[in-house]
Ligand binder design. Structure first.
Ligand code: DGT
Ligand code: CA
Ligand code: CA
Length: 584
């Protein structure tokens, strides 16, 4: 039970009492307690374990009866009064309160007048224009409610990092430009570069928090402002994503950044690590402990300082998932993480030869301008007719075209090479769709599954294994076929495939398309530990897709990858050698 969860339950009691028309003094006491708990640095569970009921009462706004309710919550996992008020209403009532602009008064009204108890019913009633008949609502409000419902629905789903990160960076750049802002940083899952993001967390330090909050709320950066306080602003982006801005004092900026970057599991592990050294770590700072009481502050202004105070190297945000990073940092064993600038090529790129939008030369030039030193062209193979798969003759013609372009680079003294590749379909029995003559002339083959999926994991695994064993595949592309928030990975025994790839010296792709990020971080890490090579590729179908590379690199970093594990950080000569050895 975290403080946030407990605060949420108290907040729900307040809301439900409010809807049922209870005494406003009672409602306020729950609401204040919820707020107080939500920003209380010490965890309830620890307070209760150390000091019992009295410890709970020492929290501001928690009196005797609330402390007893918290005790009930900590010992039984529930508060009976919460259950009682919940039972008076339909299950959807609290969800109604989540719709921006719908307060307890309105919810109480539509419940008592129209017996509307969930969002679907509310939406239908608004569409039938029944809400505008209620006292104090009107047609405008009804329209607003419909728009709010749509935004609420969108915002509830997680969003792709690729969609949300640019928006977050735009907000941060607005804040950094504000004259009263000393520093601003994205926090939360976006800073950890998780593949999907729930909401955006922004952290700022300033000596004039009210001004920053006021201006941010009024700036139009947010589609809707749901809460504007002196140190905190909450609101929604146009597509419904919620955003929380917090402004803190500079002496605790580092600690707040650490805390709000999370993950929660990482922060809990960090606190435990600090405790062993007699230090309390919370969102305000790192403090010496004296007889269970926080004493002298030893760090808090910078994140580096916070980690250093507990004897750790600074841990890159992508690693902060409580997956062994604290131990590694304590022993000076953090990985030498791959960076975007380590990438020298993209080995999965389409052209007009199949379903891409530009020519070999155009995409090669775009890569060269990005500072890459080589690229691998991988149009689709003959069996993938729907995606304009090349025929054998077309493959050979493309190989010749690439040879001519390379010849020109050589003549002009340009250090850039194009490798001839193919994205070969792995057919149903594990046969790889690469014509024999073409295979001999291609620099490499990227194998991938596109059709004939089966729900039988053993069969799917066997099919991939056969393809790997055939020796016809150098890189296994988007290995699980997942589409984030849309399609689950195929059922395959992925770790077995990764092990086999390691033994057979086949590289596994991290497909950098933000919809895929396949392999994911956890399996990428397993691959590296297993000695299986990786390749981070964008699968670009047009030039702008080359920008996806950053998302592949974030995933790789979350998977603890070092540059040498990723073949497209190698010079082209080393990749050629590897391919030659593989094929021998
Ligand atoms: P998300 O938004 O679902 O993608 O994930 P996060 O990690 O951004 O989580 P969020 O937005 O709920 O909170 C932001 C960070 O604040 C989270 O990573 C850690 C910190 N945090 C939030 N609630 C708690 C809590 O109850 N305890 C601790 N230790 N940290 C918390
Ligand atoms: Ca978040
Ligand atoms: Ca948040």
């Amino acid at each position: 039970m975290t403080n946030a969860q407990a605060a949420e339950i108290l907040g729900q009691i307040a809301d439900l009492l409010d809807i049922s028309g209870a005494n406003s003094f009672r409602i306020r006491s729950y609401r204040q307690a919820a707020e107080s708990l939500g920003s209380w640095a010490e965890e309830l569970e620890e307070i209760y374990a150390a000091q019992g009921l009295q410890g709970l009462r020492d929290i501001p706004d928690i009196g005797k009866s609330l402390a007893e309710k918290l005790e009930e919550l900590l010992t039984t996992g529930r508060i009976s009064q919460h259950q009682e008020v919940l039972a008076q209403f339909p299950d959807g009532i609290l969800q109604l309160l989540q719709v921006p602009g719908l307060g307890p008064r309105t919810v109480a009204l539509i419940w008592s007048e129209l017996e509307i108890g969930d969002i679907d019913e509310l939406e239908e009633a608004a569409q039938r224009q029944e809400l505008q008949e209620l006292p104090g609502l009107g047609a405008k409000t009804e329209e607003k409610i419909l728009a709010s419902i749509a935004r609420y629905r969108q915002g509830r789903q997680r969003a792709l990092l690729g969609e949300i990160l640019p928006l977050g960076e735009q907000l941060i750049s607005y804040l950094r430009d504000h004259p009263r802002v000393i520093a601003a940083e994205l926090a939360g899952s976006a800073r950890r570069r998780r593949a999907t993001v729930g909401d955006l967390d922004l952290l700022v330090t300033s000596e004039h928090p009210e001004e920053v909050c006021r201006d941010f709320a009024a700036s139009g950066q947010l589609e809707e402002v749901t809460m504007a306080g002196d140190t905190k602003v909450s609101g929604l982006l146009a597509e419904g994503r919620s955003v929380d801005l917090r402004v803190v004092a500079s002496e605790s900026y580092g600690s707040a950044l650490q805390y709000f970057t999370g993950s929660q599991a990482h922060s809990v592990a960090l606190r435990t690590h600090g405790q062993k050294m007699g230090l309390t770590v919370n969102e305000y700072g790192v403090f010496e402990q004296h007889n269970d009481e926080a004493g002298q502050k030893v760090a808090g202004a910078s994140e580096e300082g916070v980690y250093a105070a507990v004897g750790l190297e600074w841990i890159p945000p992508e690693l902060r998932e409580d997956r062994g990073e604290i131990e590694a940092a304590a022993h000076g064993n953090l990985p030498d993480l791959i960076e975007l600038t380590d990438i020298r090529s993209d080995l999965h790129v389409h052209t007009t030869g199949s379903d891409g939008k530009c020519s070999v030369e155009q995409i090669a030039e775009a890569c060269r301008q990005r500072g890459y030193s080589y690229i691998g062209i991988t149009d689709h193979s003959p069996a993938l007719r729907v995606a304009g798969g090349l025929t054998e003759e077309e493959i050979v013609a493309q190989i010749q075209e690439i040879a001519r372009l390379n010849e020109r680079y050589r003549e002009e003294g340009i250090e850039f090479r194009i490798l001839s590749g193919l994205e070969a379909d792995i057919l149903t029995k594990g046969r790889v769709d690469v014509p024999v003559k073409a295979f001999e002339r291609l620099d490499f083959v990227l194998g991938a599954l596109h059709q004939g999926f089966s729900s039988d994991a053993d069969k799917m695994t066997q099919r991939i294994m056969q393809a790997l064993e055939s020796g016809r595949i150098d890189i296994l592309g988007h290995p699980t076929g997942r589409l984030l928030l849309q399609r689950e990975p195929y059922g395959i025994h992925l770790n077995e495939v990764i092990e086999a790839a390691g033994e057979l010296n086949v590289a596994m792709e991290i497909n950098a398309n933000p919809h895929r990020l396949d392999l994911d971080d956890v399996h990428a890490r397993f691959a590296q530990e297993n000695g299986t090579l990786l390749s981070i590729n964008t699968d670009a179908h047009e030039i702008s897709h080359l920008d996806f590379m950053q998302y592949g690199v974030y995933t790789a970093r979350r998977g603890w990858l070092e540059p040498q594990s990723v073949i497209n950080t190698w010079p082209v000569g080393q990749v050629r050698e590897w391919l030659t050895k593989r094929r021998a």
